[in-house]
Design a protein around this ligand. Structure first.
Ligand code: HSE
Length: 305
């Protein structure tokens, strides 16, 4: 038996929606599992972006997610060692583009497909959130589109809704350096002031209005944030300058993608080249070398292909 799964990259937070807003993009990792009858142990074949950084065996996130899925489904007979697992990565690692979420969702869906797809999307999302810890990358990776999500008191998906997919392009500017989400969460304060909380609540409300009404002119203000970006920007040279120049170059809104260090802009197709050039050259002035890509929103989420 052979199964192949495709999982999209994601941008999370979208400015003020910390751990709540996330969207899937048209950039994909692919995961494949194949039973090999005469093999004695699981064999990993790693290809693509950052393959040398991926763990093998029990430390591999895809394999860990597969094990957890087998446990949940009590499918011991599938929990065998004679698999070939192929991972083809296109999503850059440790750049705030949901590469871990993609590995977790990919692993769960591989195991689920080997177990005759007993888990539905909601159950896949619940398990992925439990493994990842926060929902805003895994939920859009599972469902596609632009998602609003929050955990319930049991740590499950809880509330989940999808907004209309924006008729906009996404320009990413991906710096050469990596930053770990774990560290970028540890540097955040554990409490926020009432003023900052109210500031973010107002921006999230405007953000939702902007997407629901297609009123993208609101995004510039709606993507302001006081909860995570002000702390994380200390780790990301000239972040404010790049974001400001991106807006001047014609973006509706610009923000730190997930925990970073990638910066993202939402814009009309006619402005993508200007914005791309501006992001790359502004960072270059500060000796930060980056590459850029232009993507669409993905509407499908995880797929068996
Ligand atoms: N919401 C998460 C964070 C996303 O900002 O830490 C991590 O990519």
């Amino acid at each position: 038996m052979n199964v192949k799964i495709r999982v999209p990259a994601t941008i999370a937070n979208l400015g003020p929606g910390f751990d709540v807003f996330g969207a899937a993009l048209s950039l994909y990792n692919e995961f494949e599992a194949e039973y090999v009858t005469d093999a004695k142990e699981t064999h990993f074949i790693l290809n693509g972006e950052g393959k040398e950084l991926l763990e093998k065996k029990d430390k591999n996130l895809v394999w860990q997610a597969m094990q957890k899925t087998f446990e949940l489904l009590s499918e011991d007979k599938y929990n065998l060692k004679n698999l070939n697992i192929t991972i083809n990565t296109n999503i850059p690692l440790s750049r705030g583009l949901g590469s871990s979420a993609s590995a977790i969702v990919g692993g769960i869906c591989l195991a689920n497909a080997l177990c005759k797809n007993k888990l539905n999307r909601r159950q896949i999302a619940d398990l992925a959130i439990k493994i990842e810890g926060h929902p805003d990358n895994v939920v859009p990776a599972v469902y596609g589109g632009l998602c609003i999500c929050g955990k319930n008191e049991y740590g499950d998906t809880g509330i989940l809704t999808q907004l209309p997919i924006p008729k906009l392009k996404v320009v990413l500017c991906i710096p050469f350096f990596e930053l770990r989400t774990k560290y970028l969460r540890e540097i955040l304060p554990t409490t926020v002031s009432l003023d900052d909380a109210v500031f973010n609540i107002s921006r999230v409300a405007i953000l939702t209005t902007a997407f629901c009404c297609g009123d993208y002119a609101l995004l510039r203000q709606a993507m302001q944030d006081k909860i995570h970006q002000p702390y994380r920007k200390k780790m990301i040279p000239a972040m404010d300058k790049v974001l400001e120049k991106t807006l001047s170059a014609g973006a509706y809104g610009a923000f730190l993608s997930g925990s970073g260090p990638t910066l993202a802009a939402l814009c009309d197709k006619k402005n993508v080249v200007n914005i791309q050039k501006s992001m790359i050259s502004t960072w270059k002035e500060e000796n930060v070398f980056a590459r850029s890509c232009i993507l669409d929103f993905d509407s499908e989420g995880v797929l068996e292909i």
